[in-house]
Design a protein around this ligand. Sequence first.
Ligand code: SAH
Length: 324
Amino acid sequence: MAVSLSVYCDCHQTLRALPGDMDHSAHPSGLLEASDVGSQKERVVTEEEWLEKWEMGNIGFHKEEGNPLLQKYLDVLLNGRSGLRIFFPLCGKAVEMKWLADMGHSVVGVEISEQAVKDFFSEHSLPYCEEPVPEISGAKMFQSTSGNISLYCCSMYDLSSSIVGKFDGVWDRGALVAVNPCDRQRYASLMISLVEKNSSYLLVTVSYDPNKHKGPPFYVPESEIKSLFGNCCEIRCLEKVDDFSERHKQWGLDYFLEPLQVDAVCLAFCNSASPTSSPGSVAAAVQTLFMGHWPCTRLGREVGSCCKLVLSIPVNICQVKSWQ
Ligand code: SAH
């Protein structure tokens, strides 16, 4: 599938747009094969090791300033909806939970470290209460007094939709990539069971040479993302960001990209408009799902990575010329 990749520098300014292929190498140099996960396949990080990282303050993954990709693709996550239930798997003390709660959404997170959960509330000066979770032995739920942020302190794998309900959106940054490679299938199945049908799932993964760093974060090849989620979700690569920093240099790497994946709004659209659909039916599906909600320019930007759209302006009609 030919797509245009925009490569960004650290300050998030476009350096250049490259022709690329989202199925192949993560880096424009082509250094990395999609299926090459090196020795990471066998690696296991225990819950105790995660707790120790928090105790030792070894939490380089935490970003005080939050992730600019969420701001950038917020519209894709929300898709014009308000008052959503948004899930943060393996949430740590991600500041993005506060952003979304402040926008009027209801946030639910899960995190194994009680310290991380308590730090989150205290660092944002949010009063909270804590209570046991009857269905999960030893688990606690910490909830902001205002009720819009609920953080479960337990293993992610103890959750189920009967305990936490289902979600309209997921922000998965530092989550799938933190899951032990042997647990990815279990994680993906759980995530799929926790989302509503037309939910939006933003997934940030990292691409680097897995022979040079043992992880986490682990390298998750795009082929694997497809096999984990592709049966029930349409996956689009929104962008690949060059996030290379001093920290990554210390790992012995020479590149580090964060592709942002999404099943998002395209789920229903792509279900009804398969590559074999006639251009007319594809256009009809596009119109049904998007028109009236998004302006033509926006439609071109969002859907343009999936199929080639020719927009006739100013009329709300788009014609699909070809599918990838
Ligand atoms: N998403 C967060 C944190 C990423 S690091 C962010 O963007 O900052 C991964 C987090 O997952 C760590 O805080 C770790 O303590 C937590 N974790 C690891 N295994 C877990 C599990 N099985 N269940 C719940 N949390 C887990």
